[in-house]
Design a protein around this ligand. Structure first.
Ligand code: KG4
Ligand code: ZN
Length: 378
């Protein structure tokens, strides 16, 4: 069964075709095409996504992107109605004016091709990035994902810990009370005058700091002990808080961390010379909290598979440290992460989530499908 996926919830116009099969009671999803037209360069100069600009871009890009996805999947013009089983489209959460373009396009195609529509929650789509069958990825086969699973979804708009007991069975056990992890990276980068989006540039500087710093898990200690008089000298070691680390729940909060960073650089006349260190400490503060809460939830709910997803899941240190800590503290849990290209917004994950709805015939008639910018994961 072939599914066309469409994603326009924020600033990526994306379409993809996947092919799902059920062989020996195992659902496998293979990617046939994956096209993403990113607007990052347009929004960069404003320091964030401008909804009105994003919507206009989606309108002009959506048909060329869908057309390219079909062509790359080997579906010739005029053949889609026969070859595609259903269209999966992101219905929310996201920017309403962006979502509308995807939904209306999917509705028209569904009407004209006379094929069913599937409404997809964007967070659910991020989860299903782990179910795309790829050679490089670790989370590629349904059989490799055992329930109950725990998904840490970290993106520009969301930071959530989701308990997944089976396909379509979700319970949010923790979420951010203010800024999302990706948003925190974006705001920190703005404070450090590093541009947009913040995640990739902060992680680049943090890596630089790690490389130039002697190898150790506690670099500060080692520097204090061994390098005090060496050429590698850091005065006033930077230390940012780990918000809500010891709270009794699985919630997060990142806006205080951003404020702590703001005060730290305000006090520091030399901050521009210490950008790699600031980036390292900020990134590590976010990583520490994310990992600690994930491990705690894994123990409480006896989790068999831990999955990481969303734009921040592209962060190499988060991926690396999460893997190590899981091995150390909860070795009975498997760890699954999608390939890098499926961590940020794309339509392959939407189409994959669509496949798991389609096998249950969970379709929405085009007359009833609606955009919901605040759609909750249920
Ligand atoms: O999932 P996504 O593409 O869009 C949303 O649904 O929000 O996530 C985008 C977010 C941005 O905030 C960006 O700064 C963050 O993901 N991001 C990263 C990295 N790459 C992207 N954050 C940390 N480290 C990265 N390497
Ligand atoms: Zn996203």
């Amino acid at each position: 069964m072939k599914i066309l996926g469409i994603e326009t919830s924020c600033d990526e116009t994306a379409a993809a075709v996947i092919e799902g099969t059920n062989a020996r009671k195992q659902n496998l999803v293979f990617l046939r095409s994956n096209v993403v037209s990113s607007q990052i360069n347009i929004h960069k100069k404003y320091g964030g996504v401008v909804p009105e600009v994003a919507a206009r871009e989606h309108v002009t890009k959506i048909l060329p992107v869908v057309n390219e996805a079909l062509e790359k999947a080997g579906i010739k013009h005029g053949q889609a109605a026969k070859k595609i089983t259903a269209i999966a489209v992101t219905a929310g959460p996201g920017l309403i004016t962006s979502l509308i373009t995807g939904i209306e396009t999917a509705k028209v195609l569904s009407y004209v091709w006379n094929i069913p529509l599937i409404a997809i929650n964007h967070i659910e789509a991020h989860i299903y990035a782990n179910f795309i069958n790829t050679k490089q990825g670790t989370g590629n086969k349904e059989q490799n994902i055992k329930f109950p699973a725990l998904i840490l979804t970290v993106s520009g708009g969301h930071t959530m810990l989701v308990l997944m007991k089976g396909h379509g069975n979700y319970k949010t056990i923790g979420q951010t009370r203010d800024d999302a992890a990706g948003e925190a990276f974006d705001k920190a980068a703005q404070l450090l005058e590093l541009g947009y989006p913040g995640g990739p540039v902060i992680s680049k500087y943090a890596d630089k700091f790690i490389k130039q710093t002697p190898k150790t898990t506690n670099y500060k200690l080692q520097i204090t002990n061994k390098f005090q008089n060496s050429k590698f000298k850091i005065q006033n070691f930077l230390s940012l808080p780990r918000p809500m680390l010891n709270s009794q729940n699985f919630d997060f909060s990142f806006s205080g961390l951003k404020t702590a960073l703001l005060y730290a650089i305000k006090k520091d006349k030399q901050w521009e010379k210490r950008i790699p260190e600031y980036c390292y400490e900020f990134q590590q503060a976010v990583i520490d909290v994310l990992i600690y809460k994930t491990i705690k939830a894994t123990k409480k709910y006896n989790i068999k598979t831990i999955m990481l997803t969303g734009g921040v899941a592209a962060n190499q240190e988060l991926r690396k440290q999460m893997k190590l800590e899981i091995k150390k503290h909860v070795p009975y849990s498997m760890f699954r992460i999608p390939c890098l290209e499926y961590t940020t917004d794309n339509a392959a994950m939407v189409a994959t989530a669509g496949y798991f709805h389609a096998i249950k015939k969970d379709f929405t008639p085009w007359q009833k499908i609606k955009v919901n910018p605040n759609l909750e994961l249920k």
